[in-house]
Design a protein around this ligand. Sequence first.
Ligand SMILES: *Cc1c(COP(=O)(O)O)cnc(C)c1O
Length: 381
Amino acid sequence: MKQSYLRRSWVEVNLDVIESNYKIYKNNISENSEVMAVVKADAYGHGDVEIATCLQNIGVNYFAVSNILEAIKLRDAGIKGEVLILGYTPLIMLQQLFDYDITQAIISKEYGLELMKFGLPIKCQIALDTGMNRIGIDADNVNECEIFIRECHKKLHLDGLFTHLCVADEVDECNIRFTKLQIKKFENITEKVKDLDLKYRHCANSVAGLKYEGMENLIRLGIILYGLKPSYEMTLPNGITPALSWKSVISMVKTVYPGETIGYGCTYYVDEEMKVATIPTGYADGYNRMLSNEGKVLIHGQEAPIVGRICMDQFMVDVSKISDVKAEDEVILLGEIENIKFTADDMAKIIGTIGYEIVCNISKRVPRLYITNKLCKQDIQ
Ligand SMILES: *Cc1c(COP(=O)(O)O)cnc(C)c1O
């Protein structure tokens, strides 16, 4: 892809950072646990094939996605390890599950029975509901769970059991108790079917892997792999940083005068002479419209506040306090420059959401550029 084409709005993903985040995380969890890289939703907007390939090259063998198209895409790209679908797969696609050697989560009893009816030993793991009430078999009915697990074990290729924790990122006593109870419910059931020797048992997402220890042997690492926080208050292990930067350029600079307004709806009123820069990125790129008159960008290592509403393809910022600003200058929408940074978590905080949503929503019209300092094979010869 030509550099000239990219210089409108583009994302840079640093694969060295992904690798180092993974290694730092691994050093912070129990030695008995392997990491399953959660690369659903195009690896949280970072590019699933690129991230999975990068991790496969350093020995990661477990991947999780949200649906069968994501799973098949990984297989077609040469991802060899276990690929677990964490959610629903339409029953008309069961043959593909089998053909592509994909592992399906059994999301309910009814769903499991359909899989058994299909008559092929499809690889699967049973989701246990320990309190989130999203998917899974109700872990409160221990005996029923046991019978069902044994039945699946007979008729399918049952590989494991997992559950999902829903307040593991919280620090107050009540939520810690809730999480411990979830883990306990999970362990009650794994204990009951110990004799089946199921390969995988897992409860933890990124944050729980750092804070809780159970009898699990896999940790589902999502958001922290990408260097973002499960919740804003949390501090990440030293050295873990965002792998993604989002950049754009200035398309024009102008002076506006008192009495004028800026943008759709005339929502920004100019009361003193001001220099305004236009940036060719908008909500069609996934730049959230809630940032209108609220967000900021970094230009020449300084903050420039957003003025007026975010348009579909453009928005405006106040650059009065920044010197020598001109068309073509680089703008950092998310990232770090000269020791000031503005992360997806920071952006999320402004509009009352989470970093996950910010990076997932960067639209496909924004090209992703992959950066690594490692020598490529052709560089070495
Ligand atoms: C998305 C997801 C994860 C990853 O969660 P993070 O908070 O991103 O680490 C783990 N498990 C399940 C079931 C998920 O859906």
